[in-house]
Design a protein around this ligand. Structure first.
Ligand code: PAF
Length: 280
């Protein structure tokens, strides 16, 4: 694995590979890697591309400064995982490399409606920060394909819109959520759960499965109440348990037969915030 800290050096290195006909796949991350990230890398390799991964904990996407301070950092373990998974290139930039003239000087994007619902509503400014950093990293790496996880469904939609807004030809590949044995979606934040919290965190996925299974059997309002009651009884604090159209995240009050939908949950366990979703 070739490691770069400097954006000009990696850009030059990848320019050379591209001029020799190589196709580049990119997996942007904030580190604290788990099998979900590795599955993105594996897909990139299976597609036959040069795999480029970045690790950068982007300060501009944390609306809550304490969330940024507590974000887990495990760069040595991350690098070992990437080497074992056969990652070709790693970009490990500093804040000054990513935002040489400060983040305020970087292009910023307005994602409209997408920024007003679910994660956009709960975390003001989050998607602006995500859009800004992904745009910057894409300009440096210039991949043919970009790999992201379905776990962050709304983020995938935001990035798809970013690609549209910038007229990009990069193909976004959305890969399935990787889960623990009890269904908990793999996330860097899971490692901040205490043992008792971890023992109940799988309830989020149980609720999503029940929303999916009860489609057509009863009203969403009823399943919604059952899920919120179950979560609260076990000590999870739901932020939202929602149903939306899969295509554009229009909020739905009830199941819409014949329309691809997505159920989304955000919940807190102590000071750890978890999100997950399922397609219906
Ligand atoms: O999903 C993430 O880890 C981050 O939001 C991303 C896409 C790497 C941008 O910082």
């Amino acid at each position: 694995m070739v490691i770069f800290k400097n954006v000009h050096d990696i850009a030059l290195y990848l320019d050379n590979l591209r001029s020799e006909g190589a196709r580049i796949g990119f997996v942007p991350t904030m580190g604290a890697l788990h099998h979900g990230h590795i599955s993105l890398l594996e897909r990139c390799k299976a597609d036959g591309l040069i795999s480029v991964c970045s690790i950068f904990v982007n300060p501009t996407q944390f609306n809550d400064p304490s969330d940024f301070d507590k974000y887990p950092i495990s760069t040595d373990a991350d690098m070992a995982m990437l080497i074992e998974a056969g990652c070709d290139v790693l970009l490990l930039p500093s804040v000054a490399e990513v935002y040489p003239h400060g983040s305020g000087a970087m292009q910023s994007f307005d994602f409209g409606y997408l920024d007003t619902v679910f994660e956009g509503a709960q975390r003001p400014g989050h998607f602006r920060g995500v859009g800004q950093v992904v745009n910057r990293l894409l300009q440096v790496v210039q991949p043919h394909m970009l790999y992201m996880g379905q776990k962050d469904y709304q983020q995938c939609m935001v990035i798809s819109k970013l690609l549209q807004m910038t007229g990009s030809t990069i193909e976004l590949v959305i890969c399935p959520t990787i889960r623990e044995a009890d269904g908990l979606a793999m996330s860097s934040r899971n490692r901040r759960l205490t043992e008792p919290q971890r023992a109940i965190a799988g309830i989020i996925y149980q609720c999503l499965v029940s929303i999916q299974a009860k489609n057509g059997d009863c009203s969403f309002a009823r399943v919604h109440k059952e899920c919120e009651d179950l979560m609260m009884a076990k000590g999870l604090v739901p932020e939202y348990v929602s149903l939306a159209t899969a295509a554009d995240l229009t909020l739905l009050q009830d199941y819409l037969p014949g329309t691809p939908m997505v159920a989304l949950i955000a919940a807190r366990l102590g000071d750890v915030r978890l999100i997950d979703n399922i397609l219906l």
